[in-house]
Design a protein around this ligand. Structure first.
Ligand code: COA
Length: 149
């Protein structure tokens, strides 16, 4: 059974491995060690099955808005609903915030059709294109989802 829990410092190596396998420009281990630290504003959620980390999502809440920094699922675990479970859990966590969180936003590579399909399915709406957003010059597409109707 796939379960979702909050990420902890000890998850940094496994998260960095998933990142390296599936991301075009992976963040290095040190970034995860720091972002999983106690004073970090980033919230990590990890998906596991039988103790193996399948994927992760991290997001940050700023006042009434939240931003997804990253979402990645191991190749051999893709198309099994792992990202969907992670996004469900994120929304559940956001609903528990003391101050209402009204929106979830994200940037995604313009060429990343699988991720764009996922976000559209989840109710994210395209807002605009951000020219040359990524270090290699690729544009980002900016999406937003309203969390309270
Ligand atoms: N092609 C088309 N649609 C896709 C897709 C693909 N390769 N992957 C997911 N989707 C869409 C489908 O609508 C899918 O529903 P379906 O399987 O019933 O058709 C829906 O998203 C849910 O898919 P799910 O199984 O929950 O997604 P996943 O666990 O495979 O993870 C990604 C999706 C994008 C996170 C995963 O492919 C990944 O890690 N990619 C590399 C990293 C990345 O691009 N991250 C996003 C950065 S912003």
């Amino acid at each position: 059974m796939i379960t979702i829990r909050k990420g902890e410092s000890k998850d940094a190596p496994a998260i960095a491995l998933v990142e390296k396998e599936v991301m075009k420009a992976p963040w290095p281990l040190e970034v995860f060690e720091s972002d999983l630290g106690e004073d970090s504003p980033w919230v990590f959620l990890v998906a596991e099955e039988e103790g193996e980390l399948l994927g992760y999502l991290d997001y940050m809440v700023t006042f009434d808005s939240s931003t997804i920094a990253s979402l990645a699922v191991r190749k051999d675990a893709q198309r099994k609903g792992v990202a969907t479970l992670l996004l469900d859990r994120m929304e559940e966590e956001l609903r528990k915030e003391e101050e209402a969180v009204l929106t979830s936003t994200l940037e995604v590579r313009a060429s990343n059709e699988p991720a764009k399909a996922l976000y559209r399915k989840r109710g994210y709406l395209f807002v605009c294109r951000k020219k040359g957003y990524y270090e290699d010059g690729e544009d980002a597409e900016y999406y937003v989802k309203g969390l309270i109707s």
